[in-house]
Write a protein that binds this ligand. Structure first.
Ligand SMILES: NC(=O)c1ccc[n+]([C@@H]2O[C@H](COP(=O)([O-])OP(=O)(O)OC[C@H]3O[C@@H](n4cnc5c(N)ncnc54)[C@H](OP(=O)(O)O)[C@@H]3O)[C@@H](O)[C@H]2O)c1
Length: 340
């Protein structure tokens, strides 16, 4: 079968299409005929030798990339009870994180990081590492869910988001756009930033209440405060990392929450002052994707609220490298998908 390997830490040249033997189905496994995949910012780092070197999710090449994909079950092991042939499924990001609190062992089960990912025509996963995808979704739509959507879902639900509260999203990538859509479904007020007025206009069409161009307004936290009568927001979806954290902290209301998710600004050595966390009595919560229980709860909410993922562009399997390059360009709004 056709698959992709990351062959070394040498950038996109390390992304090679390979022929691999068909995977073998164990008694508790399902064999998935993969139909679509999606890219996450994390995947851009993997061909360059990893993702800021979290040892627990590091695996030496060659490895199959990507955490996110969806397909049809075409064979099941003798002891499988959760799925049958013909079911439409996606893998969960941490194969061993079913529910409860995340542990070190579970961090070591990240698809396309600690263990082989799903960018192959057929993939074997334990039945415990899969979820059914929303019935109304195409495989392409479902392929956008395992990392970005579950991350956005955990960020909003962990703090118990209430209708009428205000959420701030940074940028218009995969996590932020899912967070915007979920926050609207919760009845929250939403503020979103972007480098592009065109993307902000798109975000408004999706229901964003306040939009801020962070290029035009480098001190965007002042705009956030102005839009909230000087109070600040209840939850910041913090995907920027060290380069935006101080402004995110300034944007949060007293006793509010900063959901610490990403590293888009690079700059891991920058040290924002922790004092405002204390003075504002903030909860700064690290978010690491989510569990299978969270994924399933999110899918129920998606179905009831008829939330449809925003796919910016779709590439063929043989155009995988072009998909990575497009993702790297930052031109996208929402998700970039690969399809068979
Ligand atoms: N902790 C976790 O479990 C977890 C899970 C998923 C993702 N992440 C992290 O979250 C981040 C976002 O991931 P993603 O997959 O959603 O990325 P993505 O789709 O590639 O998002 C890229 C977008 O982020 C925006 N951006 C870039 N620099 C920015 C800045 N300085 N300020 C505000 N926005 C900025 C840009 O939006 P505009 O073009 O609109 O300016 C850019 O298009 C990444 O760092 C990723 O590693 C973490």
């Amino acid at each position: 079968m056709k698959a992709f390997h990351i062959t070394g830490p040498t950038g996109l040249d390390a992304l090679q299409q390979v022929d691999l033997p068909e995977p073998i189905v164990g008694p508790r496994d399902v064999l998935i005929d993969m139909k679509a995949w999606s890219l996450n910012y994390r995947d851009l780092g993997m061909p360059h030798g990893g993702y800021y070197r979290n040892d627990k999710v590091k695996r030496d090449p060659p490895m199959i990339p990507l955490s996110d994909g969806a397909g049809e079950v075409v064979a099941v092991g003798d002891e499988v009870t959760r799925f049958q042939v013909g079911d439409r499924v996606a893998g969960i990001f941490f194969q061993d994180w079913i529910g409860g609190e995340l542990t070190d062992q579970q961090i070591g089960s990240a698809l396309g990081g600690a263990i082989d990912g799903v960018l192959a025509e057929r993939v074997v996963l334990p039945e415990s590492g899969c979820v059914s995808i929303p019935e109304s979704y195409s495989f392409q739509q479902a392929a956008t869910l395992p990392c970005a959507a579950v991350t956005a879902w955990q960020s909003l639900t962990l703090g118990g988001l209430q209708a009428g509260q205000c959420v701030l999203m940074l940028g218009t990538g995969g996590v932020s756009i899912f967070a915007l859509q979920f926050a609207k479904a919760f009845g929250a007020r939403t503020i979103i930033t972007s480098s592009s007025d065109e993307k902000l206009e798109h975000a408004r069409r999706l229901g964003a209440d306040v939009t801020i161009n962070y290029r035009e307004h480098p001190d965007w936290q002042e705009k956030v405060l102005a839009a909230t009568d000087g109070v600040g927001v209840d939850n910041v979806i913090e995907v920027g990392g060290a380069g935006t954290l101080e402004k995110s902290i300034a944007s949060a209301k007293t006793s509010g929450r900063v959901s610490l998710i990403g590293v888009l600004t690079g700059q891991p050595d920058q040290n924002p002052s922790p004092m405002m966390v204390l003075f504002k009595r903030l909860t700064v919560q690290g978010i690491y994707v989510g569990s299978r229980d969270m994924f399933e709860a999110m899918n129920r909410a998606i179905t009831v609220n008829q939330i449809v993922p925003i796919i910016d562009r779709s590439f063929g399997f043989d155009e995988t490298r072009a998909a990575y390059e497009y993702m790297r360009s930052g031109a996208h709004f929402g998700k970039v998908v690969i399809t068979r």
